[in-house]
Ligand binder design. Structure first.
Ligand code: FAD
Ligand code: FES
Length: 275
């Protein structure tokens, strides 16, 4: 059992939760995730570890409510216990001083980008962060990211805040302005990561993406999280979740993400915890 120590709502559907998990807090590195079960018979869902506090023995997650389990998680209160938190899982982000790096976060992916920005700064990189959301009211972590990066550019699809347009346009403009970029990290909706890779491909800028396939056991045994990278099958839970985006078959990933839509809709109907 792991106790919920803090919970805050960051936007209409996005929550930040701090959870008591001392062993995970002591070991985790940027890019890793946990698998959470809210109840014994519940689903296992993967969520990125956004931050940790070794002294307090806690980890922080940021999640968007999209279905049954995230609804149940959002309904939990400070002081309540999660049935299980397993981790840290996945391969940590490859971390060194690359030079100038750009980290692009879209939507709830901004939360996943945060620990990567922090670790890149600690490794001595110049970090330019580009964060984007559909509109200002659902933009998260602007102040927190401003504090830890060298330069922050915000964009909104509807122009309600920052640059009017997509994060892909912002990255294209940055490259065309002559900024020499040694590595890009892209985290967000699958179409966003796909198109960002097309922006960087002609310039041969290595682009790391954080993939979010369906995961079941998260130990490399079940095969549910398989993705195609450079023509080879990889398991995102153990080989990833980060991969070289220029080799990823994004269309296959999108098809696989849609595979359980009917079952997920049924599960949401049966869920009572958000009533
Ligand atoms: C390594 C990794 C890290 C992630 N980190 C975050 C994070 O930090 N914050 C965040 O909001 N989301 C994150 N996700 C996505 C998150 O796991 C799903 O949103 C969550 O599982 C949805 O569960 P649900 O029951 O609420 O929704 P459901 O109704 O079950 O599903 C809604 C959609 O979520 C996805 N999904 C469902 N079950 C899984 C599963 N077991 N594994 C992966 N995707 C699933 C599918 O695309 C599905 O269509 C991450 C996914 C992966 C693989
Ligand atoms: S989730 Fe089962 S192999 Fe990755």
């Amino acid at each position: 059992m792991n106790r919920v120590v803090e919970k805050a709502q960051l936007s209409e559907n996005v929550f930040r939760m701090t959870i008591d998990a001392p062993q995970i807090a002591a070991k985790r590195k940027a890019g890793q995730f946990v698998v959470i079960m809210t109840e014994e018979k519940g689903e296992r869902i993967p969520l990125t570890i956004v931050d940790s506090d070794i002294d307090a023995g806690t980890i922080t997650i940021i999640f968007q409510v999209v279905g049954k389990t995230t609804m149940c998680l959002a309904a939990m209160k400070k002081g309540e216990d999660l049935f299980a938190v397993l981790g840290p899982l996945g391969t940590p982000t490859e971390m060194e001083n690359f030079g100038t790096t750009v980290v692009v976060g879209g939507g709830v992916g901004i939360g996943v980008a945060y620990p990567i920005i922090k670790a890149l700064k600690e490794a001595g990189n110049k970090v330019i962060a580009i964060i984007g959301a559909r509109s200002k009211d659902i933009l998260i972590l602007e102040d927190e990211i401003q504090e830890i990066c060298d330069r922050l550019i915000v964009s909104t699809d509807d122009g309600s805040y920052g640059v009017h347009g997509f994060v892909t346009n912002v990255l294209q403009d940055l490259i065309e302005s002559g900024e020499v970029i040694n590595r890009v990290f892209a985290i967000g909706p699958v179409p966003m990561m796909k198109f960002l890779c097309e922006v960087t491909r002609p310039y041969k800028i290595k682009t790391i993406v954080s993939l979010n396939p369906i995961m079941v056991d998260a130990t490399g045994m079940c095969g549910a999280c398989r993705v195609a990278v450079g023509g080879k099958t990889k398991f995102a839970c153990v080989d990833g979740p980060e991969f070289d985006g220029h080799g990823v078959d994004f269309d296959l990933l999108m098809n696989r993400l849609r595979m359980y839509n009917n079952e997920e809709a049924e599960a949401r109907k049966g869920c009572r915890c958000h009533e």
